[in-house]
Design a protein around this ligand. Structure first.
Ligand code: HEM
Length: 178
């Protein structure tokens, strides 16, 4: 269940991959809605977007509580230079911060625009662009895409070029190089 010095535990791995799947789903569905002019299509997409976002809120809360109170990160895999360790730490912190800000801006936007009444009821869909949190939600989403790409790129760099266990130890197989 818990992580060791060499690898992530089942709980950490499950939280990581479930969050990744749902956040990619939120980015794809969010941009599809954002770039659509069809009100019915927007409402249908948001019927998926909002519940998945609530799941991400729950998963992120569990994840933060898990890391603070119950588990400890493994030591870095391989021997990366100090600047890479620092960059990795800050990328992860920025990812958490962006996820929290996306959740905060999405919830605020929903509450002040009355989105749930339109998406799950019969009220007309609000003009989301008229609300300031919608602008923040859109800008933060683009920054999140950039940081996710950096995160994925770093994991692939470790796997294919540095040939260490950084990616492997976040996966469910037991096979590692160490
Ligand atoms: C990690 C969490 C989230 C991610 C990654 C995410 C992603 C996105 C993206 C990429 C967009 C489109 C931005 C654009 O086109 O400029 C968007 C729009 C939107 N999101 Fe989220 N979102 C998240 C959380 C939430 C939450 C918690 C809610 C509400 C409870 C929410 C409600 C909305 C709404 C109402 C829109 C506007 C759709 C439109 O303009 O057509 N989002 N989201």
């Amino acid at each position: 269940m818990k992580s060791t010095n060499a690898t992530f535990g089942t709980v950490a791995k499950s939280l990581h991959w479930l969050s990744a799947l749902f956040i990619i789903g939120l980015l794809v569905s969010g941009f599809r809605s954002g770039f659509s002019n069809d009100v019915a299509a927007k409402a249908a997409i948001l019927q998926f977007h909002i519940p998945i976002a609530i799941l991400v809120l729950l998963l992120t809360t569990v994840r933060i509580v898990w890391w603070i109170f119950f588990d400890k990160k493994p030591a870095p895999a391989g021997s990366s230079p100090a600047w890479q360790e620092t960059a990795s730490r800050w990328t992860h912190r920025t990812l958490y911060l962006l996820i929290i800000l996306m959740l905060g801006s999405g919830i605020t936007l929903s509450l002040i625009s009355g989105a749930p009444d339109a998406v799950f009821g019969t009220a007309p869909l609000p003009e989301f662009q008229d609300y300031t949190p919608r602008i923040a939600h859109g800008i933060l989403a683009r920054v999140l895409v950039a940081i996710v790409l950096l995160h994925v790129g770093a994991a692939l760099f470790h796997h294919f070029f540095q040939k260490d266990d950084t990616l492997r130890r976040m996966w469910f197989s037991k096979k590692t190089n160490t």
